[in-house]
Design a protein around this ligand. Sequence first.
Ligand SMILES: C[S@@+](CC[C@H](N)C(=O)[O-])C[C@H]1O[C@@H](n2cnc3c(N)ncnc32)[C@H](O)[C@@H]1O
Length: 350
Amino acid sequence: MSLLGRIRGEILESGPMPFERFMGLALYDPDGGFFGDGPLRSTKAGDFLTSPEVSAWFGRTLGRYVGGRFAALASPTTLVEVGAGSGSLLGPLLASVAPVPERTVAIDASPAARRTLEAAGYDTLADLADLTEPFRGVIVANELLDNLPMRLAARRGDAWEERWVGVGGAALELVAAPARADTTDWLERYAGPVPDGGFVEVQLAAYDWLHRALRLLESGSIIVIDYGATAEELAPRRSIGTLRTYRAHHLGPDPLLEPGATDITADVNFTALLGGAAVAGASATLHRQDDFLVGLGLRDDLAELRDRELELARGGDAMARLQVRSEIKDAETLLHPRGLGDFRGLVVEK
Ligand SMILES: C[S@@+](CC[C@H](N)C(=O)[O-])C[C@H]1O[C@@H](n2cnc3c(N)ncnc32)[C@H](O)[C@@H]1O
């Protein structure tokens, strides 16, 4: 039976399901979930183009920060990437990091991604929870937390309701449900300004993920990069919320229409992650991606690349010049102030 059919069956038997259960099934069900089966998603031919897929300069530049952390930690050190996808971040990062970690682990929920990572020679796991022994090192996650199953809440006057998934005729529909206590607690702390009738994606799973990562780290850093912003910055978008779907590089249909056929995602609320780090006693800083990469020297790299392009234009190989031009264009995309440059990077140090 299709994933949609099984979800309908479960609701007809047990009543409406919490949105986070629906999102978990739609993304991770081994038989029909978007990441559960099917092809590798984060590639040019796939569904979304991430920073490391756009340019190797993302991993190379991040490697400078990561190398600095390894230099400050006693051996042995470990590098973990969660949601490692095709490995397009790990490759350039490891090539630029100094000193190199003793161990590297690539984690991804998608079997297709794990096959690719294994074929590239990485030590591969399916879930951060599969790592049980604490270590010194760095945990990196690029465009992961926007996927972790969320609850949906709606503001009703001074109170909150949740939105669960029910069945309406042949289709799935959102239905009102009382807000659970931990939902309300998260909302009161981290939702920020929300108008009456507005929607918030309650990112408790991302909050818990950060705490799990912090428990695993004896000392070192966690770097989380994603689209999203602070609760205050997200306030203008709260009247309809930020939940959306992606397929083949375009915004997709209503998340309830074709579970498993589209990515389901929302902007990451970084205020909640800053709060989660503070609750765990860790220090955290939030950066725009463009500022973070420029701070690590990407503008200087671009200047060198432009000098090289000029040299090649003055009598070098035309093909080599075109390659350098394309490398410059891709690296500049990482800094676009209304595109990837507007992503946020949370750096948590322990
Ligand atoms: C948007 S892609 C990003 C891939 C890669 N980080 C990049 O930047 O190109 C999200 C990746 O996270 C993986 N993923 C999603 N949820 C996950 C989870 N809970 N644990 C581990 N990996 C997960 C997906 O399979 C996918 O490969």
